[in-house]
Design a protein around this ligand. Sequence first.
Ligand code: 475
Length: 838
Amino acid sequence: MQTDVANQTSNITVEDDRTGLSIETLKRAFADNLFYIQGKLAILANFTDYYMALSYTTRDRLLQRWLQTLKVYHEQDIKTVYYLSAEFLMGRHLGNSLINLDLYESIAQAVKESGLDLTEILEQEPDPGLGNGGLGRLAACFLDSLATLEIPAMGYGIRYEFGIFNQSIQHGWQVEIPDKWLRCGNPWEVVRYESTVQVKFGGHTEIYNDDRGRPHTRWIPSFTVEGIPHDTPVPGYQTNTVNTLRLWKAEAGEDFNFQAFNSGDYDGAVATKIKSETISKVLYPNDNTPQGRQLRLEQQFFFVSCSLQDIIRRHLKKYGRLDNLPEHAAVQLNDTHPAISIAEMMRLLVDEHGLFWDEAWRITQSTFAYTNHTLMPEALEKWGVPLFESLLPRHLEIIYEINHRFLQDVQTWYPDDEELLARLSIIEENGGKQVRMANLATVGSHAVNGVAALHTELLKQDVLSDFYKLWPEKFNNKTNGVTPRRWVLLANPALSELISEKIGGTWLKHLDELRKLESFVDDSDFRQRWRQIKQANKQKLADYIMAHNCVEVDVNSIFDIQVKRIHEYKRQHLDLLHIIALYLRIKQNPHIQMTPRTFIFGGKAAPGYFMAKLIIKAINAVADVVNRDPDVHGRLKVVFLANFSASLGQLIYPAADLSEQISTAGKEASGTGNMKFTMNGALTIGTLDGANIEIREEVGEENFFLFGLTAAEVEKMKTDGYKPRDYYESNEELRHVLDRLAMGYFSPGDKDLFKPLVDSLLNHDDYMLLADYQAYADCQDKVGEAYKDVEQWTTMSILNVARSGKFSSDRTIKEYCDEIWHVKPVNVELEPYDPAKA
Ligand code: 475
């Protein structure tokens, strides 16, 4: 149909203000958006205005690809990956979009010719912190790789109004500040009101007979919430594919509001609105430890129900039947947070679409797959049956039915093994009935994977061993990866340019090609430039530290960095014990030879995690003493960088000499920060844990600083009866370190401040710091020696990068595509945009 709008704009060609790529066009588009979108005259505009105008300029250039991708997906017979995750830590969009569109250089030039600096504008973007740590960032790297590999895919999650809190450090303590990331508007999202869905909660169920007299169950909810889709484009690197991240915002169901409103119950109308909107209000700030709160279950069910209804609606529109859903949809559960999907899919298929149970179960099992991200027993999600029943009465019935049928099967396979049945059951019966979400996810999926080789082995032998005996073929490993586009090209442009100059630019899509760098390892000019780039990156971080911490650091010292969530199993305090030991060594022997070090920490603690917050305070307390002490001047500095985030990571990883990956063996499922450091030329000091093992395998043991107990040794020591105090008694240095902490040497105003930390180490030491202490300190001595040999260190740094190709999330995603999802790339051809034909 020829509309008036189409007629008016039919003379627009491709080189217009919204799609054109020449510097002149980009400059004009930037100025135009400043005026018409931001409503600002250039002379009155501030940096936020520039950021917004530039974002719209960039978004315009994404839209043609995005809409074309949607068109191709709509028209062709394809299979789509749906990645369900309660968290997506996307990082800033503008820089990444420019990189993936290959527009970075031109925009930088256009901005420069407009009298501005691109890097300064990029810093204006609020970092969307819709995740806690590794799990959320992995989801974001996966979306980047899926789009880059041209796989039809969609991310589904929650549009939290408040993301992970902003961390400020006051008097050494973490203080949490709300993250108002939407305050200035979000240019990267498009609201799709027309695809709103209804989500039911509470109430009861009843049986009714259909026309043919057959009984069915009906769910009568006590309230309904609306899910409003907010779509963000996810561009692949150097491809036309732009996939979608669809995040759901919760709003009050309309009729509900109106009923109360119309009857004059304004308080009631507002209360309903507030209750509904609370569901997507804030991200739970716990990493690796779920909080069993009702709102958390509401969040999980909310986004799962929205997403599955959306998938089914689109599928039915295209195919008109549901038996072939598994041929067109692969749904991945990112941990158990979306595991209620199994019951919700069964409810939708059986109750709402009238399928028979067995057929619905076949569809469900062949559609879903589940990724486990943690072995920590306290992190396995469980929900009390009473809570479940009051919020999701129909789902509880369905889970009982799934469990009943499952346990009947088990009984025929393993007769008379009551204990096995109790362990496998989806319902835990001891001490208040609970629904075990990992069991539900495992029973309802056709594939279950861990995120690094060791982690998958431990899943099979330990956490899910009974399931592994039943279905060994379900279990598989998918070692994590990270996207080299954000974590090398965007974060470390100078290194990327040097690499591309030597081996061409295709490594960014085929990271294994980094191996070609090995032939330049003896090229002295290359080596020198390698060092210069690291030095310049360190200088940038040093400037940041000066600006934010008022601490001057020496860029010739080892930048020894540990950035990640603060958790006892990650052992930031092992790092700290060693720092105290170095400090005491200098105090005892002021002329001691020591390679200068700058210890840098960053990471957030869950607000309710007392010990993690005390560790932050301890790091800052030690930093205060060390940084002020003239005796150690030029040899030791300690810095805690507040508010670690994806964007701060982009500054930190490229500046690191040494990457601290020192978790207790068997506790870190994979780690992904370890990969980002390696790709940026840092060497690792680490335990045989998670993906560290595979990193060491790849880079070579001579290029990796290994220490500590193995996972098997940790377990054996625990069963043999571990006595941390024995290490304290027999190790003089360790004793002095712990005594100083316990005595209040670092907390003069409050001598007992760190006693809980020391007591926990001496009496329990669940994470075996004392058992690993000496090995760690010895290994650190080797690091100090190695750093003095500049040439050898350079070689090791180059080889770490050259051999890091395995850790691209492209490799990970290819494995998921081939072995779990069975999906293929779909080519998107661009058609010139012509509004007259749109
Ligand atoms: C592992 N988060 C890393 C990474 O696979 C691994 C969030 C909310 C509630 C409970 N837990 C979470 C995690 O469990 C998490 O981030 N796990 C991490 O997943 C990606 O590399 O070893 O700790």
